[in-house]
Design a protein around this ligand. Structure first.
Ligand code: CO
Length: 178
């Protein structure tokens, strides 16, 4: 009998958010439990996507559900060791949030569609095309695996507008380390 995992959100500017995450090599019970606990935290936090670095793990695991609704598990998507093979379509602006930046939103331009190769939780390799909100979430979450954050994608104007909130996150982080 294994215990259920439970995670807390890792907030900016925790250093793990800046690390390049490492590929998953064994698709074992540990990965399955990690995925389950990530979904649990994502839904609890009212998010639509979550990357492993956001729970303090340097692993290439993403979970998402564009509805954000736990009772729509058929919309759950797990991408392990994902590669964005190609993007296409016009770049579109959209106001993005991030669970690691509570209360902060910024307009980010991203291409509309993406073609992705990944493994599912059982290690099965698949390739799929995504568009709309799902494509947006995948591109945002994939950034996390490379240590790229919402703050890096912000326009100078959005950075200025969010400066107070960003400084507050830094202060909270520093206080937690004392
Ligand atoms: Co994020």
């Amino acid at each position: 009998m294994t215990e259920d995992l439970s995670f807390d959100l890792t907030l900016f500017p925790a250093p793990v958010l800046r690390k390049v995450a490492e590929p998953v090599e064994a698709f074992d019970e540990d990965v399955a439990r990690t995925v389950e606990a990530m979904f649990e935290l994502m839904f609890k936090s009212k998010g639509v996507g979550l990357a492993a670095p956001q729970v303090g793990l340097k692993r290439r695991i993403l979970v998402l559900n564009e509805t954000g609704e736990q009772d729509k598990p058929e919309q759950n998507l797990v991408l392990i060791n994902p590669t964005i093979l190609a993007t296409s379509g016009p770049r579109k602006p959209f106001e993005e949030g991030c669970l690691s930046f509570p209360g902060i939103y910024a307009e980010v331009q991203r291409p509309e569609c993406c073609k992705v190769e990944a493994h599912d939780v059982h290690g099965e390799r698949f390739e799929a095309d995504y568009d709309g909100f799902t494509s947006r979430i995948i591109q945002h979450e994939h950034d996390h695996l490379e240590g790229v954050l919402l703050v890096d994608r912000m326009s100078p104007v959005d950075k200025l507008r969010n400066r107070g909130a960003l400084e507050e996150l830094v202060d909270v982080y520093k206080a937690s380390k004392v």
